[in-house]
Design a protein around this ligand. Structure first.
Ligand code: PHE
Length: 342
C-alpha cells in the first residue's frame, strides 16, 4: 500500500491542470467519493495496526497534495485584479453628475432686473423687518388704513412703543433711497415681502416683488407707460399688449393697475383670464407729492413714477405654473424642470 500511495503522489505531482474541465476530472479521479484517494482510506481501515502510523502519515500527505493541487488550479482560473482592470473600458461615459439649478423665482428675478438695469435702473435693497414709517407712514398711508391692520401685516413684538413689522412691499426700500439720495433717482427694489394671507393657489404669506421708482424733473405718466411697455415686450415678446385701469394707492396719484394680453389664449378669452383676454400684473402711478415731501424731495420741482409687481405672478405666467405654493415647497420634481432655463 505504501508503494501505491507513493506512485499516486508522483502521478499527482506530474499532472498539469490548465482548464476547469481538467480540474473537475482531477477531482473526480482522486478526491470524489468514488475517487482513488477515498478508496485508499477505505483500504487503510483494513491494514495491520503496527503499519497504521507510517501509512496514515503518507496517506494524509497524499490527500493534502491532491487538495492543494486542485485549489491552486481553481484560483489560477479565477480572473485576477490585473485581468479585470484590463477589461475596464475607460472610454465609457461616467455616471451622470446631478447638477442643481436656479430656483424659478431667482431666474425671473434676474431676468426682470436685467431688463430694468439695461435702461438705467439701479438695484437697491433694504431690510425685511421695517418700521412703520418706511413701510406705511412716509408712503402716505393714513393712520387708520386697513393695510396696517393685523389681518394684513405681520407685526414684530417689541418692548418699546415703536412698531416693527415684516415689510408688506418693497416700496419701503424706495423710501430709504429717496431719503438718502438726490434726484434723478432711477431704482428698482427686488425682494421678499410678507402679508398675513391665507395660503392658497393664488396667495401666500410670503412672496417676492420688484418695485420701481423714477424721479426727476418733468417725469410724466407717458414715461411710466413706455417703461412698462418696454418691460413687458422684453419679458413676454412683442405680441403682448398692455392696458391701464384706474386704481388707488395712497402713495401714487393718479394710480393704475396694468393688464397684459393673456398669454394662455393670446387674448381670445379662457378660464385663466376669466374670458376677458387680459391678466393683471402690476400696480403703478405717479408718486404722490406728499411722499416726495415726506422724503425731503421738493414736489414742486420733481415728479416721479412708481410701479410694483409680484415676481411669482410673472413666473406663473412665463412658466405656466397654476399654483403659487409650488414655488415655496422645494419639491425636486418641480424644481428640476427649470434646469434648461438657466
Ligand atoms: N406697493 C404696491 C403693492 O405692493 C405696488 C405699487 C407700487 C403700486 C408702486 C403703485 C406704485 O401692492
Amino acid at each position: 500500500m505504501e508503494d501505491k500511495i507513493k506512485s499516486y503522489l508522483d502521478e499527482i505531482n506530474g499532472i498539469a491542470i490548465s482548464t476547469d474541465e481538467q480540474a473537475e476530472q482531477f477531482r473526480l479521479k482522486y478526491l470524489s467519493k468514488k475517487g482513488l484517494i477515498t478508496s485508499l482510506f477505505d483500504e487503510f481501515k483494513t491494514i495491520a495496526p503496527e503499519q497504521r502510523k507510517t501509512i496514515g502519515k503518507i496517506l494524509n500527505e497524499l490527500k493534502q497534495a491532491a487538495e492543494l493541487k486542485l485549489s491552486e488550479a481553481k484560483s489560477a482560473s479565477q480572473p485576477t485584479s490585473a485581468v479585470s482592470n484590463a477589461q475596464l473600458d475607460l472610454s465609457l461615459p461616467s455616471d451622470p453628475f446631478n447638477l442643481g439649478s436656479r430656483h424659478p423665482i431667482s431666474i425671473i428675478r434676474k431676468q426682470m432686473t436685467d431688463i430694468f438695469t439695461k435702461i438705467g435702473f439701479v438695484v437697491s435693497e433694504g431690510p425685511e423687518i421695517e418700521d412703520d414709517w418706511h413701510n406705511f407712514g412716509a408712503l402716505n398711508f393714513p393712520a387708520d388704513h386697513p393695510a396696517r391692520d393685523m389681518q394684513d401685516t405681520f407685526f414684530v413684538e417689541t418692548e418699546g412703543d415703536e412698531k416693527w413689522l415684516l415689510r408688506t412691499h418693497t416700496s419701503s426700500v424706495q423710501v430709504r433711497v429717496m431719503e438718502n439720495q438726490k434726484p434723478p433717482i432711477r431704482t428698482i427694489s427686488p425682494g421678499r415681502v410678507y402679508r398675513n394671507e391665507t395660503i392658497s393657489a393664488r396667495a401666500h404669506c410670503q412672496f417676492h416683488q420688484v418695485e420701481g421708482l423714477y424721479i426727476d424733473e418733468g417725469v410724466s405718466f407717458a414715461d411710466l407707460k413706455q417703461t412698462l411697455y418696454y418691460f413687458v415686450q422684453e419679458m413676454f415678446g412683442d405680441k403682448i399688449e398692455i392696458r391701464f385701469r384706474p386704481s388707488f394707492f395712497p402713495f401714487t396719484e393718479p394710480s393704475a393697475e396694468m393688464d397684459i394680453t393673456c398669454l394662455i389664449c393670446e387674448g381670445k378669452g379662457c378660464p385663466v383670464c376669466k374670458h376677458s383676454g387680459w391678466v393683471e400684473i402690476l400696480g403703478c402711478g405717479m408718486v404722490h407729492p406728499n411722499v416726495l415731501d415726506n422724503c425731503k424731495i421738493d414736489s414742486k420741482v420733481y415728479t416721479g413714477f412708481a410701479f410694483g409687481m409680484g415676481i411669482e405672478r410673472i413666473a406663473m405666467l412665463k412658466f405656466r405654473v397654476n399654483d403659487l405654493r409650488l414655488f415655496f415647497e422645494n419639491d425636486m420634481r418641480f424644481l428640476s424642470q427649470f434646469k434648461s432655463v438657466i
